[in-house]
Design a protein around this ligand. Sequence first.
Ligand code: UT7
Length: 333
Amino acid sequence: MSQFKFGNRPLLRSVVKGVGSALPKRLVTNSELEKQVDTSDDWIVQRTGIRQRYLAGEGETTSTLATQAAIAALADAGMDVQDIDLVIVATSTPDYTFPATATIVQAALGITRGVAFDVQAVCSGFVFGVATADKYLTSGSHKCALVIGAETFSRILDWKDRTTCVLFGDGAGAIVLEAQEVTGTANERGVMTSHLRSDGRHRAKLFVDGGPSTTQTVGHLRMEGREVFRHAVGMVTDVIMDAFAATGTSVAELDWFVPHQANRRIIDASADKLSIAPEKVVTTVQLHGNTSAASIPLALSVAKADGRIKQGDLVMIEAMGGGFTWGSALIRW
Ligand code: UT7
């Protein structure tokens, strides 16, 4: 096993082989929410860019959406479930307190080898998942990973709180990553670098007010939106600059900027601060709302399917979320 052979180890990169996504059946527009809380389509669109979101119904859970997204990603990759030896699910809305949703997905897919576990970094979860899978794959210990971001935030929202319930949606997205040998140039495919950060002092600005060890309840999402907004742009631009510095690449070489989809204004302000041209920014918040860990792979899926993201493109993903956590990854697609 290459796991124990450290001398003359080949240089490996985690190459994206496929991407897929899944959405719940029920589409909910802003005007539908007007009937439920004191809000308006105008307010939601102007302050967030969101026009609609999908909400999970009966029988739809984080693991069912994750499994559908994984099947779509494997089909896109032209690969079989038995090729997978690592399943990482990024979620803050697991089916159960335990076992990990990743093991439920693993079983649903019929994978009986390798390892499956969840990562919990709220909206940054997918970036944390990609970074974690990349460490496994480039160490040589594992060969092929499914990294899935999947959420059913509708189930932890306070549907009477207009300041949060209009913002989020449910869904899942997945990518297949495979370890491939490279010589190490910037033109070779794969995850080139990842940069993760967290600072737990910001917990009270975005959290869920329940949990097994404190209240023995699931709890509801609570957010000081303005405070989160105030920190978001600076934090994500820092880790994006770290990614460019670590790879010797520059913003001019970037083909696609695929940020976490929380708010159109945060996305535009981040792109503006980094001088990223608007036509290079993939924005799907209008379609899905904020789907937390699912938002980036959902956006990647949309941009791959409509022909924007092509093999060889340089793609920057980034996110910021509860904790706070934040991170970036630069990928040669
Ligand atoms: O994904 C994890 C990270 N999360 C985020 O990135 C979210 C970051 N924050 C945001 O996106 C924005 O702060 C929000 C969209 C949450 C809010 O936008 P804002 O421009 O910061 O608005 P605000 O919180 O300052 O509220 C402005 C006004 C308030 O009324 P007053 O106090 O000025 O009279 C709110 O009560 O808008 C009111 N308001 C609403 N009005 C209609 C808040 N929610 C609503 C609503 N409909 N749904």
